[in-house]
Design a protein. Structure first.
Length: 215
């Protein structure tokens, strides 16, 4: 039992061994979230990488798609346009908030804390910004986005989730206005000079997740 008096259910972790097509991921999440809501499956954190793709959340503006060089998928998650591709760790989070806390804002803040804690293990200071979704790092005189968040909740079960730029091709972000923010750039752990592996990031994510959401 944690300090808030709640007992956390067991969370299953999976790591995809190869690139996962985005439509397949969405289909799986839909099925798993329904099973969790019915009490027929445990909660799940699923770590994947996708082939290059642009996804549009429920707030996406057509004008923010600058160059549709990769497939574009409209999805039910919150947020605007984002890019997924090799070298980026995507964490899909399927939790039952009825067994935790029925508060979507608090859940998103916990996702932010999860990302900040993950980056801190590599001595990267990730920060929140009012009015801007995701996690940002200050570099000289500018701020760059290193992690994104986009979630959906159905029957109090969450799906979609977060992404961390480990070593993606950052030029691929130029086909969109990432999350509708044009005055700031994007970065990655490798871009910051950190030669960490995807496996290193996975370990850090699991450790930080346990600290925020419970073991």
């Amino acid at each position: 039992m944690l300090s808030d008096g709640l007992t956390r259910p067991t969370v299953e972790w999976r790591v995809a061994s190869q690139l996962t097509p985005y439509p397949d991921a969405v289909s799986f999440m839909e099925e798993r979230a329904a099973a969790i809501a019915e009490g027929n499956a445990p909660e799940l954190v699923w770590l994947v990488e996708h082939p290059p793709v642009y996804t549009a959340g429920t707030s996406a503006k057509d004008a923010d798609l600058l160059d549709a060089r990769f497939p574009v998928f409209r999805t039910g998650r919150g947020g605007q346009f984002t890019y997924h591709g090799p070298g980026q760790r995507v964490g899909y989070v399927m939790l039952n908030l009825k067994q935790r806390k029925e508060d979507v804002r608090a859940f998103v803040r916990d996702l932010e804390e999860w990302l900040i804690g993950t980056l801190a293990q590599f001595n990267v200071k990730g920060e929140r910004r009012n009015g801007r979704v995701g996690i940002w790092v200050v570099r000289g005189g500018r701020e760059d986005k290193i992690a994104a968040i986009g979630v959906r909740v159905r029957r109090w079960v969450t799906f979609h989730g977060v992404s961390i730029n480990v070593d993606p091709d950052l030029t691929h972000f130029s086909g969109i206005v990432p999350c509708g923010v044009s005055e700031h750039g994007v970065t990655s752990l490798h871009d910051l000079g950190l030669s960490v592996s995807m496996a290193d990031v996975d370990v850090a994510m699991q450790k930080s997740f346990a600290h925020v959401f419970g073991p």
